[in-house]
Every structure is written in C-alpha cells, then in structure tokens.
Design a protein around this ligand. Structure first.
Ligand code: ZN
Length: 73
C-alpha cells in the first residue's frame, strides 16, 4: 500500500482509496484510467487524411501537367 497525494487538496491518502477522505475527490486508478481512445486514433486519421489530400493534389497536378504537355505538342 502506497501513499499518494490527492490531486484536489494535496492530502496524503492510500492509493487503494476510491476517493479522498478529505475532499471527496475521486482517486485515479492507474489500471482504470481510460487511455482517451479518440486522441491517438484521431491523430492517425488526421495523418491519413492529410497524406490522402496531398496525394490527390499531387495526382491532379500531374494529370493537368500531362494534359497541358499533350495539348502543347
Ligand atoms: Zn482531497
């Protein structure tokens, strides 16, 4: 059993406690703390979208360049 400090009032309490006995603030349990599932997935999706957009722009630019070259000759 270890003592941790309450994030709200700074009181030392057991890490087994579900809530701070001084102020009632819930104690975060390391194994139960959610990993914010949306953040990392959202970041990876933003990367995918950014890469896809860059690819589309590059493809359109290449096609236009190719068509202009064809029209020019
Ligand atoms: Zn507290």
């Amino acid at each position: 059993m270890a003592l941790i400090k309450c994030t709200e009032c700074g009181r030392e309490l057991s890490d087994k406690a579900a809530a701070c006995p001084g102020c009632g603030a819930p104690i975060p349990q390391p194994s139960l703390v959610p990993q914010k599932p949306g953040s990392s997935i959202g970041a990876s999706w933003l990367t995918v979208i950014a890469l896809a957009s860059a690819g589309v722009v590059l493809a359109v630019w290449c096609i236009r360049f190719w068509l202009d070259a064809r029209a020019g000759t």
